[in-house]
Design a protein around this ligand. Sequence first.
Ligand SMILES: C[S@@+](CC[C@H](N)C(=O)[O-])C[C@H]1O[C@@H](n2cnc3c(N)ncnc32)[C@H](O)[C@@H]1O
Length: 260
Amino acid sequence: MTTAAQEFSDGAAYERQMGRWSRKIGVQFLDWCGVAPGQKWLDVGCGNGAFTQEIIAGARPSQVLGVDPSPGQIEFARSRFGVSAATFEVGDAMKLPVADGNFDVAAMALAISFVPNPAEAVVEMKRTVRKGGMVATYMWDFAGGGLPLKPFVEMLKALGVEMKMPPHPEAAGRDALQTIWRAAGLSEIETTVLHTDIAFRDFDDFWDSCSASGPPFVSLAAFTAVQRAELKERGRAIFRTATDGSIAYKSFANAVKGLV
Ligand SMILES: C[S@@+](CC[C@H](N)C(=O)[O-])C[C@H]1O[C@@H](n2cnc3c(N)ncnc32)[C@H](O)[C@@H]1O
């Protein structure tokens, strides 16, 4: 079985795939969180630092620590433009390498469904935040059809390829997030839905970026390069694009925030 660190082993590949959408939704999430400037942030499951960069630009923190189990993502995050205000460490959401009450905010961007035990991770995030601080997350709504990869996953299914799903897609539901936050003992819990437009230049852009990283990359890695090229052409034949060849649709994520 592949681990999350293997699925997301390449920070640059993730950037080609989800980086652009993850940033668009991250900006909305930060706005909704409404955290004052000058706070200390913990970015759990920071991946290649796409959201960390948004925290720095949008929330003007005093410090940010990004934690992710994938060394390849952390390496990319460290090299990312504009993250000199952040530090990064390899680590696990369920065993964060930080002291109790050390942060004003602990946030997890598009990662809760990938963590082996989401409820445990949220309790652990709460442990790292001071009294009155915030614990928050947002995740694509898998069950509700909000995942940007959904059309790609459905096309692969039509071609006979089942894509591996993250271990906890159900944790991304709006009610599920609320239940996890309540069970962790957080207060003043609020949820919202964040929407974004997804667009690809053409089918090549769609295929190449959707298959670059994460579960699609792992699922397609089981095929040879020749088989993957054949699958791509079969996909091109069945996938409906706009008349100019472009692809556009909408995706959405659920968000939750609560206070310690
Ligand atoms: C879809 S990526 C999101 C990355 C980044 N937060 C963003 O918004 O672009 C999911 C991330 O969850 C991370 N992840 C998986 N299991 C984890 C765990 N146990 N603890 C912390 N992060 C984990 C993966 O390594 C990956 O970087």
